[in-house]
Write a protein that binds this ligand. Structure first.
Ligand code: NAD
Ligand code: UFG
Length: 346
């Protein structure tokens, strides 16, 4: 049977970035199958994506480490490619449970790649992270910057990158588009889907929005003595719908290659850094909510500044971020205020 250029397997499609990407894929004319073990997401996210796109989505509950379950999916569908979001992502948890992280993120990816190879599906878009750059020597960070990681989560991404590089060297059939995300924030403009962390958020934007909605009392700002514009950490925040569009453009790029590109790392960021205080101020201004905060000690493992050179994404994919920090705050707040308990009813 001929490879169906429209059908995409989305592992981890029930998650934060995956759910937004499913909408972008649908809008671009792709057919989607979601494969997710719901370890960090809920079926409700898929229901909401279905209602936003106006049609049911095929969902298979399964683990990427389960080769037999994956084979069933690949036997039932002819995929053009896989967008591989499935994985665990909490840095602190990865330090406490390294084996769980290597098993999910590394073993899981190997199993997925083996099944893809069996079924001759050779187009992959992988969720890597700016974390692979460690503490960057120069800014903005381009794709050939040195890579190093200090925690098991980051290591798991770096190990997968090396596996993908080796795979591309061993066999010239692969398009392995390795997207390195900077700091994804924001939510779909409908307010229907967004980031829904379990417990207390680790990341800045969900923490701010939970302070704004009254679930948390005060933001702790981790350090105000960094060599940055105001002493607080600087990051490249990118709207999740811009990020989602980047995946569609990556697939189109793979589709248009006459010779497979092998391993292709591409940054997805805006190219602009914002400090913690700048984000807090923007959020308060855009939403009219007060964000009480206090300065505390630096968080172990944090770096001062991190922002992307987004030139390669523009050159190769024709992609660039279009949403501003104001959009990111407004959309986060719409999602948070419409869904104070996330996907749970209360
Ligand atoms: P998320 O936790 O919301 O989504 C990940 C999804 O994968 C969840 O639905 C989870 O249930 C599923 N999953 C986890 N392990 C699985 C397994 N073994 N089998 C099947 N499904 C499994 O996270 P996200 O923010 O949407 O991130 C998506 C990807 O992007 C992850 O690989 C993450 O490491 C990477 N990433 C995220 C960020 C970020 O800040 N959000 C930054 C850089 C990279
Ligand atoms: N911060 C606070 N208080 C908080 C949370 C964060 O001051 O409660 C600060 C941090 O010190 C940092 C900035 O806000 O300066 C951003 O922190 P995040 O935790 O939101 O994001 P990180 O850049 O530390 O890390 C995130 C993901 C990583 C990923 C990386 C790059 O957690 O997994 O972005 O994509 F690798």
């Amino acid at each position: 049977m001929e490879n169906n250029k429209n059908k995409i397997l989305v592992t981890g499609g029930a998650g934060y970035i995956g759910s937004h990407t499913c909408i972008a894929l649908h809008e671009a004319g792709y057919e989607i199958v979601i494969y997710d073990n719901l370890s960090n997401s809920s079926k409700e996210a898929i229901n909401r994506v279905s209602s936003l796109i106006g049609k049911p989505i095929e969902f298979i509950e399964g683990d990427i480490r389960d080769a037999e379950s994956l084979r069933k999916v690949f036997t039932a569908h002819q995929f053009f490619g896989v967008i591989h979001f499935a994985g665990l992502k909490a840095v602190g948890e990865s330090v406490a449970k390294p084996l769980m992280y290597y098993s999910n993120n590394v073993s899981g990816t190997i199993t997925l790649l083996e099944v893809m190879a069996e079924y001759k599906v050779t187009n992959l878009v992988f969720s890597s992270s700016a974390t692979v750059y460690g503490d960057p020597e120069t800014l903005p960070i381009n794709e050939s910057s040195k890579r190093s990681c200090t925690n098991p989560y980051g290591q798991s991404k770096l190990v997968v990158e090396h596996i993908l590089e080796d795979l591309a060297t061993s066999n010239k059939q692969w398009n392995l588009i390795n997207l390195r995300y900077f700091n994804p924030v924001g939510a779909h403009t409908s307010g229907q889907i967004g980031e829904d962390p379990n417990d207390i958020p680790n990341n800045l934007m969900p923490y701010i929005s939970q302070v704004a909605v009254g679930k948390l009392t005060k933001l702790n700002i981790f350090g105000n003595d960094y060599p940055t514009v105001d002493g607080t950490g600087v990051r490249d925040y990118i709207h999740v719908t811009d990020l989602a569009k980047g995946h569609v453009d990556a697939l189109r790029y793979a589709e248009h290659q006459t010779t497979p590109v092998g391993f292709m790392p591409i940054n997805l960021g805006t190219g602009k850094g914002s400090s913690v205080l700048e984000l807090v101020t923007a959020f308060a201004e855009v939403t009219g909510q007060k964000i009480p905060y206090q300065f505390t000690a630096r968080r172990a493992g944090d770096i001062a500044s991190c922002y992307a050179s987004a030139d390669k994404a523009k050159q190769l994919l024709g992609w660039e971020a279009t949403h501003t920090i104001t959009d990111m705050c407004a959309d986060t707040w719409r999602w948070q205020s419409m869904n104070p308990y996330g996907y749970k009813a209360s």
